[in-house]
Design a protein around this ligand. Structure first.
Ligand code: AMP
Ligand code: TRP
Length: 331
Protein backbone atom coordinates (compact mmCIF):
# COMPACT_ATOMS: atom_id res chain seq x y z
CA UNK A 1 0.00 0.00 0.00
CA UNK A 2 1.31 3.48 -0.85
CA UNK A 3 1.86 5.86 2.01
CA UNK A 4 1.34 9.62 2.01
CA UNK A 5 3.05 11.69 4.70
CA UNK A 6 2.88 15.39 5.50
CA UNK A 7 3.45 17.74 8.39
CA UNK A 8 2.75 21.25 9.54
CA UNK A 9 4.64 23.43 11.98
CA UNK A 10 2.75 24.75 14.99
CA UNK A 11 4.16 28.26 14.85
CA UNK A 12 1.86 31.25 14.55
CA UNK A 13 -1.64 30.68 13.34
CA UNK A 14 -2.88 28.55 10.44
CA UNK A 15 -3.57 30.61 7.35
CA UNK A 16 -5.74 30.29 4.32
CA UNK A 17 -2.44 29.57 2.52
CA UNK A 18 -1.84 26.50 4.69
CA UNK A 19 -5.37 25.37 4.04
CA UNK A 20 -5.39 25.81 0.26
CA UNK A 21 -1.76 24.81 -0.28
CA UNK A 22 -1.58 21.80 1.98
CA UNK A 23 -4.55 20.76 4.11
CA UNK A 24 -7.24 20.88 1.45
CA UNK A 25 -5.00 18.97 -0.89
CA UNK A 26 -4.48 16.31 1.70
CA UNK A 27 -8.24 15.94 2.18
CA UNK A 28 -8.81 15.76 -1.57
CA UNK A 29 -6.11 13.13 -2.00
CA UNK A 30 -7.74 11.08 0.67
CA UNK A 31 -10.98 11.09 -1.24
CA UNK A 32 -9.23 10.22 -4.48
CA UNK A 33 -6.62 7.71 -3.40
CA UNK A 34 -8.65 5.17 -1.53
CA UNK A 35 -5.88 2.59 -1.48
CA UNK A 36 -3.32 4.76 0.35
CA UNK A 37 -2.36 5.23 3.98
CA UNK A 38 -2.27 8.79 5.26
CA UNK A 39 0.19 9.88 7.93
CA UNK A 40 -0.09 13.43 9.16
CA UNK A 41 1.82 15.01 12.01
CA UNK A 42 2.21 18.27 13.86
CA UNK A 43 5.87 19.24 13.64
CA UNK A 44 6.46 20.57 17.15
CA UNK A 45 10.16 19.69 17.08
CA UNK A 46 10.49 21.90 14.02
CA UNK A 47 8.68 24.69 15.83
CA UNK A 48 11.38 24.95 18.50
CA UNK A 49 14.05 25.82 15.93
CA UNK A 50 12.87 29.33 16.76
CA UNK A 51 11.96 30.46 20.29
CA UNK A 52 8.50 29.40 21.45
CA UNK A 53 6.52 30.09 24.60
CA UNK A 54 5.96 26.57 26.02
CA UNK A 55 2.28 26.89 26.98
CA UNK A 56 1.45 28.51 23.65
CA UNK A 57 3.30 25.86 21.69
CA UNK A 58 1.41 23.10 23.44
CA UNK A 59 -1.93 24.80 22.87
CA UNK A 60 -1.20 25.47 19.22
CA UNK A 61 -0.15 21.88 18.64
CA UNK A 62 -3.58 20.69 19.74
CA UNK A 63 -5.33 23.52 17.91
CA UNK A 64 -3.73 22.48 14.67
CA UNK A 65 -4.51 18.82 15.18
CA UNK A 66 -8.15 19.77 15.79
CA UNK A 67 -8.19 22.09 12.81
CA UNK A 68 -6.86 19.34 10.57
CA UNK A 69 -9.69 17.06 11.64
CA UNK A 70 -12.20 19.87 11.22
CA UNK A 71 -11.08 20.24 7.60
CA UNK A 72 -12.67 16.92 6.82
CA UNK A 73 -9.96 14.28 7.14
CA UNK A 74 -11.24 10.75 7.17
CA UNK A 75 -10.63 9.81 10.78
CA UNK A 76 -10.57 6.12 10.08
CA UNK A 77 -7.85 6.42 7.50
CA UNK A 78 -5.63 9.09 8.99
CA UNK A 79 -2.73 8.42 11.30
CA UNK A 80 -2.55 11.77 13.09
CA UNK A 81 0.28 12.27 15.58
CA UNK A 82 2.62 14.71 17.22
CA UNK A 83 6.21 14.63 16.00
CA UNK A 84 7.86 14.81 19.44
CA UNK A 85 5.93 11.73 20.57
CA UNK A 86 7.88 9.61 18.09
CA UNK A 87 11.49 9.91 19.29
CA UNK A 88 12.79 7.84 16.37
CA UNK A 89 12.00 10.76 14.09
CA UNK A 90 14.52 12.94 15.89
CA UNK A 91 16.97 10.07 16.15
CA UNK A 92 16.88 9.53 12.41
CA UNK A 93 17.15 13.30 11.93
CA UNK A 94 20.52 13.11 13.64
CA UNK A 95 21.64 10.19 11.50
CA UNK A 96 20.63 12.04 8.37
CA UNK A 97 22.67 15.05 9.43
CA UNK A 98 25.59 12.76 8.76
CA UNK A 99 24.31 12.22 5.23
CA UNK A 100 23.83 15.80 4.16
CA UNK A 101 26.49 18.42 3.47
CA UNK A 102 26.84 21.91 4.86
CA UNK A 103 26.83 23.27 1.31
CA UNK A 104 23.47 21.66 0.63
CA UNK A 105 21.94 23.08 3.77
CA UNK A 106 23.39 26.50 3.03
CA UNK A 107 21.55 26.54 -0.29
CA UNK A 108 18.09 26.19 1.26
CA UNK A 109 16.14 29.35 0.50
CA UNK A 110 14.10 29.24 3.70
CA UNK A 111 17.33 29.33 5.66
CA UNK A 112 18.91 31.92 3.37
CA UNK A 113 15.86 34.17 3.75
CA UNK A 114 16.26 34.18 7.50
CA UNK A 115 19.93 34.97 7.22
CA UNK A 116 19.27 37.69 4.65
CA UNK A 117 16.75 39.29 6.97
CA UNK A 118 19.70 39.39 9.35
CA UNK A 119 17.72 37.63 11.97
CA UNK A 120 19.94 37.34 14.98
CA UNK A 121 20.32 34.16 16.98
CA UNK A 122 19.88 31.67 14.16
CA UNK A 123 20.02 28.32 15.89
CA UNK A 124 21.96 25.34 14.63
CA UNK A 125 18.74 23.31 14.50
CA UNK A 126 17.26 25.83 12.10
CA UNK A 127 20.23 25.15 9.86
CA UNK A 128 19.90 21.36 10.09
CA UNK A 129 16.07 21.47 9.86
CA UNK A 130 15.99 19.80 6.40
CA UNK A 131 17.68 16.69 7.84
CA UNK A 132 14.91 16.35 10.42
CA UNK A 133 12.31 17.01 7.76
CA UNK A 134 13.84 14.26 5.61
CA UNK A 135 13.65 11.95 8.62
CA UNK A 136 9.96 12.81 9.15
CA UNK A 137 9.32 11.55 5.66
CA UNK A 138 11.64 8.66 4.95
CA UNK A 139 11.29 7.02 8.37
CA UNK A 140 7.82 5.98 7.20
CA UNK A 141 8.90 5.13 3.65
CA UNK A 142 6.54 7.77 2.30
CA UNK A 143 5.75 7.46 -1.39
CA UNK A 144 4.17 10.91 -1.70
CA UNK A 145 4.41 14.15 0.24
CA UNK A 146 1.71 16.78 -0.40
CA UNK A 147 3.11 20.27 0.31
CA UNK A 148 2.89 23.83 -0.91
CA UNK A 149 5.39 25.24 -3.35
CA UNK A 150 7.72 26.61 -0.65
CA UNK A 151 8.66 23.09 0.43
CA UNK A 152 9.75 21.88 -3.00
CA UNK A 153 13.40 22.50 -2.31
CA UNK A 154 13.28 20.66 1.01
CA UNK A 155 11.65 17.73 -0.75
CA UNK A 156 14.37 17.65 -3.39
CA UNK A 157 16.98 17.55 -0.66
CA UNK A 158 15.04 14.77 1.08
CA UNK A 159 15.26 12.75 -2.12
CA UNK A 160 18.98 13.40 -2.39
CA UNK A 161 19.55 12.32 1.21
CA UNK A 162 17.50 9.14 0.78
CA UNK A 163 19.33 8.25 -2.43
CA UNK A 164 22.71 8.94 -0.87
CA UNK A 165 21.90 6.72 2.10
CA UNK A 166 20.65 3.96 -0.19
CA UNK A 167 23.74 4.19 -2.37
CA UNK A 168 26.11 3.78 0.52
CA UNK A 169 24.26 1.36 2.77
CA UNK A 170 22.17 -0.51 0.22
CA UNK A 171 18.54 0.05 -0.67
CA UNK A 172 16.69 0.93 2.50
CA UNK A 173 14.50 4.05 2.29
CA UNK A 174 11.75 4.75 -0.21
CA UNK A 175 12.61 7.87 -2.21
CA UNK A 176 9.53 10.11 -1.87
CA UNK A 177 7.84 12.27 -4.46
CA UNK A 178 6.37 15.69 -3.73
CA UNK A 179 2.75 16.43 -4.65
CA UNK A 180 2.27 20.12 -5.27
CA UNK A 181 -1.21 21.42 -6.22
CA UNK A 182 -1.70 23.12 -9.58
CA UNK A 183 -3.75 25.93 -8.11
CA UNK A 184 -3.22 27.24 -4.60
CA UNK A 185 0.37 26.05 -4.12
CA UNK A 186 1.44 29.58 -3.36
CA UNK A 187 -1.14 31.92 -1.87
CA UNK A 188 0.31 35.40 -1.58
CA UNK A 189 0.08 38.08 1.08
CA UNK A 190 -3.04 40.26 0.69
CA UNK A 191 -1.15 43.46 1.36
CA UNK A 192 2.04 42.57 -0.44
CA UNK A 193 1.36 40.07 -3.23
CA UNK A 194 5.07 39.76 -3.95
CA UNK A 195 5.52 37.56 -0.88
CA UNK A 196 3.76 34.42 0.25
CA UNK A 197 0.96 34.56 2.79
CA UNK A 198 2.65 33.64 6.02
CA UNK A 199 1.50 33.03 9.53
CA UNK A 200 4.54 34.71 10.97
CA UNK A 201 3.76 38.01 9.30
CA UNK A 202 3.61 41.01 11.62
CA UNK A 203 0.92 42.72 9.53
CA UNK A 204 -2.20 40.71 10.23
CA UNK A 205 -4.10 42.34 7.33
CA UNK A 206 -1.84 40.40 4.98
CA UNK A 207 -3.10 36.96 5.91
CA UNK A 208 -6.39 35.29 6.66
CA UNK A 209 -6.16 33.07 9.69
CA UNK A 210 -8.31 29.98 9.84
CA UNK A 211 -9.31 31.25 13.27
CA UNK A 212 -10.48 34.67 12.01
CA UNK A 213 -14.12 35.57 12.51
CA UNK A 214 -16.38 36.38 9.57
CA UNK A 215 -16.10 40.14 9.97
CA UNK A 216 -12.29 40.06 9.89
CA UNK A 217 -12.27 37.81 6.81
CA UNK A 218 -14.56 40.22 4.96
CA UNK A 219 -12.55 43.23 6.07
CA UNK A 220 -9.23 41.72 5.03
CA UNK A 221 -10.48 40.75 1.59
CA UNK A 222 -12.05 44.11 1.03
CA UNK A 223 -8.80 45.86 1.87
CA UNK A 224 -6.61 43.51 -0.17
CA UNK A 225 -4.26 45.37 -2.49
CA UNK A 226 -5.23 45.32 -6.18
CA UNK A 227 -4.29 47.80 -8.92
CA UNK A 228 -5.62 50.72 -10.92
CA UNK A 229 -6.33 48.87 -14.18
CA UNK A 230 -9.87 48.09 -13.11
CA UNK A 231 -10.04 45.07 -15.41
CA UNK A 232 -10.55 41.55 -14.14
CA UNK A 233 -7.97 39.34 -15.81
CA UNK A 234 -5.30 36.91 -14.65
CA UNK A 235 -1.98 38.64 -15.00
CA UNK A 236 0.32 37.76 -12.09
CA UNK A 237 3.09 39.90 -13.55
CA UNK A 238 1.21 43.21 -13.78
CA UNK A 239 -1.77 42.57 -11.48
CA UNK A 240 -0.32 40.31 -8.79
CA UNK A 241 -2.86 41.25 -6.13
CA UNK A 242 -5.84 40.46 -8.32
CA UNK A 243 -4.20 37.28 -9.63
CA UNK A 244 -3.81 36.11 -6.06
CA UNK A 245 -7.49 36.82 -5.30
CA UNK A 246 -8.52 34.92 -8.43
CA UNK A 247 -6.32 32.01 -7.31
CA UNK A 248 -7.95 32.02 -3.89
CA UNK A 249 -11.40 32.04 -5.50
CA UNK A 250 -10.49 29.19 -7.86
CA UNK A 251 -8.88 27.14 -5.16
CA UNK A 252 -11.79 27.59 -2.73
CA UNK A 253 -14.47 26.71 -5.27
CA UNK A 254 -12.52 24.18 -7.38
CA UNK A 255 -13.39 26.21 -10.46
CA UNK A 256 -10.80 27.14 -13.07
CA UNK A 257 -9.37 30.64 -13.09
CA UNK A 258 -10.58 30.94 -16.68
CA UNK A 259 -14.19 30.34 -15.64
CA UNK A 260 -14.05 32.88 -12.84
CA UNK A 261 -12.44 35.48 -15.04
CA UNK A 262 -15.26 35.10 -17.57
CA UNK A 263 -17.86 35.26 -14.85
CA UNK A 264 -16.49 38.59 -13.58
CA UNK A 265 -15.24 40.23 -16.72
CA UNK A 266 -17.78 43.04 -16.63
CA UNK A 267 -17.84 43.40 -12.87
CA UNK A 268 -16.02 45.80 -10.60
CA UNK A 269 -13.26 44.82 -8.19
CA UNK A 270 -15.65 45.62 -5.39
CA UNK A 271 -18.28 43.16 -6.61
CA UNK A 272 -15.61 40.52 -7.11
CA UNK A 273 -14.15 41.06 -3.65
CA UNK A 274 -17.58 40.97 -2.00
CA UNK A 275 -18.30 37.62 -3.63
CA UNK A 276 -14.84 36.32 -2.80
CA UNK A 277 -15.39 37.25 0.85
CA UNK A 278 -18.57 35.15 0.84
CA UNK A 279 -16.75 32.25 -0.79
CA UNK A 280 -13.97 32.30 1.79
CA UNK A 281 -16.39 32.68 4.70
CA UNK A 282 -18.41 29.80 3.23
CA UNK A 283 -15.30 27.60 3.29
CA UNK A 284 -13.86 28.63 6.64
CA UNK A 285 -16.98 28.99 8.78
CA UNK A 286 -18.04 25.33 8.82
CA UNK A 287 -14.43 24.35 9.49
CA UNK A 288 -14.23 26.80 12.35
CA UNK A 289 -17.48 25.51 13.86
CA UNK A 290 -16.31 21.91 13.64
CA UNK A 291 -12.95 22.88 15.12
CA UNK A 292 -14.60 24.33 18.20
CA UNK A 293 -16.29 21.05 19.01
CA UNK A 294 -13.29 18.86 18.26
CA UNK A 295 -10.65 20.82 20.14
CA UNK A 296 -12.34 20.19 23.48
CA UNK A 297 -13.25 16.58 22.80
CA UNK A 298 -11.85 13.38 24.22
CA UNK A 299 -12.01 12.07 20.67
CA UNK A 300 -9.11 14.33 19.69
CA UNK A 301 -6.98 12.83 22.45
CA UNK A 302 -7.98 9.31 21.42
CA UNK A 303 -7.14 9.97 17.77
CA UNK A 304 -3.71 11.34 18.74
CA UNK A 305 -3.03 8.34 21.01
CA UNK A 306 -4.00 5.97 18.26
CA UNK A 307 -1.89 7.86 15.70
CA UNK A 308 1.11 7.81 18.01
CA UNK A 309 0.79 4.05 18.51
CA UNK A 310 0.57 3.24 14.80
CA UNK A 311 3.40 5.60 13.83
CA UNK A 312 5.58 4.38 16.73
CA UNK A 313 5.21 0.81 15.69
CA UNK A 314 6.50 1.51 12.18
CA UNK A 315 9.17 3.93 13.42
CA UNK A 316 10.52 1.51 16.01
CA UNK A 317 10.98 -1.32 13.53
CA UNK A 318 12.44 0.87 10.84
CA UNK A 319 14.95 2.46 13.21
CA UNK A 320 16.07 -0.88 14.58
CA UNK A 321 16.88 -2.00 11.06
CA UNK A 322 18.44 1.34 10.21
CA UNK A 323 20.88 1.17 13.12
CA UNK A 324 21.81 -2.36 12.18
CA UNK A 325 22.52 -1.18 8.66
CA UNK A 326 24.80 1.64 9.66
CA UNK A 327 26.65 -0.35 12.30
CA UNK A 328 25.77 1.52 15.49
CA UNK A 329 24.91 -0.40 18.65
CA UNK A 330 25.65 -4.04 19.36
CA UNK A 331 23.43 -5.72 16.83
P1 AMP B 1 4.12 25.70 7.44
O1 AMP B 1 3.02 26.56 7.87
O2 AMP B 1 5.30 26.47 6.98
O3 AMP B 1 4.42 24.58 8.40
O4 AMP B 1 3.56 24.99 6.14
C1 AMP B 1 2.66 23.95 6.18
C2 AMP B 1 2.21 23.61 4.79
O5 AMP B 1 1.45 24.70 4.23
C3 AMP B 1 3.36 23.36 3.81
O6 AMP B 1 3.00 22.30 2.94
C4 AMP B 1 3.45 24.65 3.05
O7 AMP B 1 4.00 24.46 1.77
C5 AMP B 1 2.00 25.11 2.99
N1 AMP B 1 1.90 26.58 2.89
C6 AMP B 1 2.34 27.49 3.79
N2 AMP B 1 2.10 28.76 3.37
C7 AMP B 1 1.50 28.65 2.15
C8 AMP B 1 1.00 29.60 1.19
N3 AMP B 1 1.06 30.91 1.39
N4 AMP B 1 0.44 29.11 0.06
C9 AMP B 1 0.35 27.78 -0.16
N5 AMP B 1 0.80 26.84 0.70
C10 AMP B 1 1.37 27.25 1.84
N1 TRP C 1 8.94 22.11 6.85
C1 TRP C 1 7.54 22.15 6.62
C2 TRP C 1 7.06 23.59 6.61
O1 TRP C 1 7.69 24.46 7.16
C3 TRP C 1 6.75 21.36 7.66
C4 TRP C 1 7.21 19.95 7.67
C5 TRP C 1 8.06 19.39 8.59
C6 TRP C 1 6.88 18.93 6.73
N2 TRP C 1 8.27 18.09 8.28
C7 TRP C 1 7.56 17.77 7.16
C8 TRP C 1 6.06 18.89 5.61
C9 TRP C 1 7.46 16.57 6.46
C10 TRP C 1 5.98 17.69 4.91
C11 TRP C 1 6.66 16.54 5.33
O2 TRP C 1 6.08 23.84 6.01
Amino acid sequence: MKRIVSGIKPTGTLTLGNYLGAIKQFVKLQQKMTDCEFYLFIADMHAITTRQVPAELRKRTLDIAAMYLACGLDRERTVLYIQSEIPQQTELGYILQSNVYMGELERMTQYKDKVAKQETSITSSLFTYPALMAADIILYDADYVPVGDDQKQHLELTRTIAQRFNNYYGDFFTVPEPLIPEVGARIMDLQNPEKKMSKSDENDKGYISMFDDEASIRRKIRSAVTDSFGIIRFDPENQPGLANLLTIYASCTDQSIEEIKDQYQDKSYKEFKDDLAEVVVGVLKPIHDAYQTIVKSQELQDILDHGRDIASDYAFKKMRKCKRKIGVGRK
